[in-house]
Design a protein. Structure first.
Lengths: 275, 602
């Protein structure tokens, strides 16, 4: 099964960790644009700040402000994992959640290596919540609200090509400042949200540089096993049917032999009597 | 018989607690009823009830294979119990799963929305279909002496293909249950994560399910005072040892291949947990089952079967919940309503199990009935004074009903407290500000001592706002005798409101109940904040505070530290912005929180 590749239409967000001052204007813009709701610290929410009511948050990693949001992977774990296909990947890149299909199993939350999907724990009708890349605004030709709100240009939006080029440019211009890696370029098959940084970003969920997982995509973890499922089922079905038929047949034959033996004996008895 | 009655009462009590908790779960939502969180989203119901429960129901398909396909007559008397265990095991698992998913009324969606990449999709379909198969296999049992025995007989004729379908479905979903965890290589602890986890799951499930059958039979025998056939049960135990040994070998090789044996013995608590789980699930049962005279004795079988069932449940809990703690940075302990449902659902299943065993032919002796028949009281004259209690004490049915009612009422009482009241706010004590230097010109305001502090230029603000006269603008209420009380003394919690008025202290100091009129001067009832004198009236001398406007001070509630800081600072800064027309947006978060140098801890 071929892993999906980014299309020429692909859009991306580039977050430059060295430029973020933690003003949280992106967070406020997202909350206001989509009316995400009240964020209150609770025992059900994680300390990184993301929750059912906050789809992007600033976390501190090694003295730097790092923006955490859904990375809109090119081969997303949530999409592969969801039993009712409630996630969909648009050609431009956004991975969006369809609340009309969700059953609330929370398997997407277990599967995402960046621990992005969050749940609305405190309502009787809960849904999964995460950044949706402002895909409705993209359709109208606008930028995502967060990138439009950032006053320092720490998080910017463009085509994936443009963002990769910009990232490579900055890495080349400041080789001593930046870690020479574009986080999200190939990790897990690539993501639509790219990071460049002067501190390591494994704390977000990125694999370490030389881990084999960096090159693998999500479906590579699961699809080879899934492909074997029909063979497993077919083998068990055929195997048990065969065993059952063979044993049944042998019992029938044994029964016939027994009957023959008995009637043979009674014939002998009969013949004896006739004699 | 008394023991059976007591066991049933305990089970009814558990089931009633579970029922009330279930109502709470539907009214208030998952957050109120469980301790699940964004960091540990799968908990007791999904993992223990559903995944472990399904694993313990495997005896159904194994016995179907051995008796119906391979025709091993030694196991024939155990076929019906195995089917009943599977039917109730899967039924209760699916029920608990319905309670666990956020939108249970959409339970049929996997049938109409497909995702062949998802193992959970495969599990959903397969488990539902297999449950239907076990229900079909139950039909002959419950209809055989009734007027619906024709369909039962019909199913009996086609038992072989039905069994084959059941066996196929079982092998598919047990491997898929393991494969669920293939998506989380970075998050599940490497002791348990393995590319071969699907095979490990089905092997351990097969061993665990067979031992579950042994355990259930021993329990039923003990409760109904029937002697179980040790030879037969010993054979099942010996059989169970085979997949358990295969699982043990496979797991050992898998750990070696991935270089995880050093981790197991490294002293990490996950390693210790894994060794405990392996002892219970593999070492103990195989040891007992291999030694003939242990396997054929009561004690040996009890220990072996109980150990395997416990080990299997522990293994599933380790894989599904505990193995995620380290990467999540959080632990999960089930809440009280969660425990009630988690144990209430199997309790209900056990009650149904006993009902079916008592009224239908499941074990090969004639249907079990308790030795004492419940006494009928219809037709007797009923004296409400002594007759009610008399019947409850002597009539087992009434006795159990009373227990169930008491349990239900107790549950409502317990759960109407805070247990189901919704998402709790995180309580964190607010700590006083620190300073780099003794003059305290700059204070580091960091109430929860994380590494985000605000460097507050105290001296600068004091000078700019008018010196000593301006203190009250921030220190707007001093505690008696504590001049310039720091904010955290009243705004004592980071996220929760706190009460600043200590009523019992004031009552005591003023002379007890005779002193109500000293503060509640207008004599109205009830005596409340709104008809009490303001603090200023008595404390003006020793508290620095602005005199409140008449009628305004009736609220002794101090907002949270976070809210207090934000309101005070941002309100002022907003004013300053407009009046001084400064270039900087002073009310922005980064004004206070954005200085990276200040954010370094002490």
């Amino acid at each position: 099964m071929k892993a999906p590749r980014p299309s020429p239409l692909a859009k991306a967000i580039l977050t430059d960790v060295t430029r973020c001052v933690g003003c949280e204007k992106c967070v406020v813009a997202c909350e206001k644009t989509w009316n995400t709701g009240d964020t209150i610290p609770s025992a059900h929410a994680a300390p990184d700040g993301l929750s059912g009511a906050r789809w992007t948050a600033i976390v501190k990693i090694a003295d730097r402000f790092v923006r955490k949001q859904c990375l809109h992977c090119i081969n997303p774990a949530c999409l592969n994992a969801c039993p009712v296909h409630a996630f969909e990947r648009l050609p431009e890149g956004p991975v969006i959640y369809n609340k009309d299909k969700c059953i609330g199993c929370r398997y997407c939350m277990i599967s995402c290596p960046f621990t992005i999907p969050r749940y609305e724990w405190n309502t009787p009708v809960p849904f999964v919540r995460k950044c949706k890349f402002c895909f409705e605004r993209l359709a109208k030709g606008e930028r995502p609200a967060c990138t439009a709100a950032c006053p320092y240009g720490a998080t910017i939006f463009g085509t994936r090509k443009e963002m990769l080029a910009e990232a490579q440019y900055r890495l080349a211009m400041n080789p001593r400042r930046y870690i020479q890696r574009i986080w999200g370029e190939t990790d897990y098959g690539g993501t639509s949200v790219l990071y460049i940084s002067d501190v390591p970003l494994e704390a977000l969920g990125f694999p370490a540089d030389d881990a084999a997982a960096c090159k693998k995509t999500f479906s590579a973890f699961t699809w080879p096993t899934a492909l074997k499922t029909p063979y497993l089922g077919g083998t068990v079905l055929a195997g048990t049917a065969a065993v059952g038929w063979i044993i049944n047949r042998r019992m029938e034959i044994a029964e016939q032999n027994r009957k023959q033996h008995e009637s043979g004996q009674s014939e002998n008895r009969d013949s004896k009597q006739v004699k | 018989m008394k023991r059976l009655l007591m066991v049933k009462e305990v089970l009814w009590a558990l089931a009633m607690f579970g029922l009330v908790a279930m109502v709470g779960r539907f009214i208030f939502g998952l957050g109120a009823a469980t301790a699940l969180s964004d960091q540990v989203p799968w908990g007791m119901w999904k993992v223990m009830n559903m995944i472990a429960g399904a694993a313990l129901g495997t005896s159904g398909f194994i016995m179907a294979f051995l008796v119906v396909v391979v025709r091993m007559n030694i196991f024939k008397p155990l076929l019906r119990p195995a089917i009943l265990v599977a039917f109730l095991g899967y039924g209760s698992s699916c029920f608990a799963l319905l309670l666990d998913i956020g939108l249970p009324w959409r339970f049929y969606y996997p049938f109409i929305h497909w995702n062949i990449h998802s193992f959970l999709f495969e599990v959903a379909l397969c488990v539902t279909l297999y449950f239907a198969v076990t229900a079909v296999e139950m039909i002959p049992i419950v209809t055989e002496n009734t007027r619906w025995r024709k369909p039962g007989h019909f199913i009996h004729v086609y038992v072989l293909p039905i069994a084959i379908v059941g066996i196929t479905l079982s092998s598919l979903h047990h491997t898929s249950l393991g494969a669920l965890f293939l998506t989380a290589p970075e998050r599940l602890h490497p002791i348990w994560y393995s590319p071969g986890i699907n095979w490990q799951f089905i092997l351990s499930a097969m061993g665990g399910g067979l031992m579950m059958l042994v355990l259930v039979t021993l329990i039923i025998g003990s409760l109904y005072q029937r002697r179980a056939d040790m030879r037969r049960l010993g054979a099942v135990a010996a059989l169970a040892a085979v997949p358990l040994a295969a699982y043990g070998l496979m797991k050992a090789l898998d750990l070696a291949a991935r270089g995880q044996w050093p981790v197991v013995f490294s002293g990490q608590w996950e390693g210790i947990l894994f060794l405990v789980e392996s002892f219970l699930l593999v070492a103990a049962p195989i040891a007992i089952a291999s030694v003939g005279h242990w396997r054929l004795r009561d004690a040996g079988l009890w220990v072996a079967s109980a150990s395997t069932v416990a080990g299997l449940a522990l293994n599933r809990i380790d894989v599904g919940i505990i193995g995620f703690f380290r990467s999540a940075g959080a632990v999960y302990v089930p809440s009280l309503p969660e425990l009630c449902i988690g144990f209430g659902v199997p309790a209900a299943a056990a009650l149904v199990f006993m009902y079916v065993v008592e009224h239908y032919e499941v074990y090969d002796a004639p249907p079990f009935l308790p030795k004492e028949e419940p006494k009928a009281i219809a037709g007797e004259t009923f004296d409400p004074v002594s007759g009610a209690w008399g019947s409850i004490l002597s009539n087992p049915l009434h006795h159990i009903s009373m227990t169930a009612i008491i349990a239900a009422v107790a549950a409502v009482g317990i759960f109407s407290g805070d247990a189901l009241k919704g998402m709790p706010l995180l309580s964190q004590r607010a700590l006083p500000p620190l300073s780099h230097d003794p003059t305290r010109a700059v204070l580091l305001i960091n109430g929860n001592r994380n590494d985000m502090a605000v460097a507050f230029k105290h001296d600068f603000h004091k000078t700019r706002l008018g010196g000593e006269k301006s203190c009250a603008r921030c220190h707007h209420l001093d505690k008696p005798g504590d001049l310039y009380t720091t904010c955290n003394k009243c705004h004592a919690d980071m996220n929760l409101d706190t009460q600043i008025f200590n009523h019992s202290h004031h009552v005591e100091k003023n002379g007890g109940n005779a002193a109500c009129g000293k503060c509640h001067t207008d004599g109205n009832e009830p005596r409340w904040e709104t008809n009490a004198r303001p603090c200023y009236d008595c404390h003006a001398r020793d508290m620095r505070m602005e005199k409140p406007a008449p009628g305004t001070q009736s609220d002794y509630n101090a907002p949270s530290y976070v809210d207090a800081m934000h309101q005070k600072c941002i309100a002022c800064h907003r004013e300053m912005d407009l009046s001084h027309k400064t270039n900087r947006a002073l009310e922005e978060c980064s004004t206070c929180h954005g200085d990276m140098r200040a954010n370094r801890p002490q």
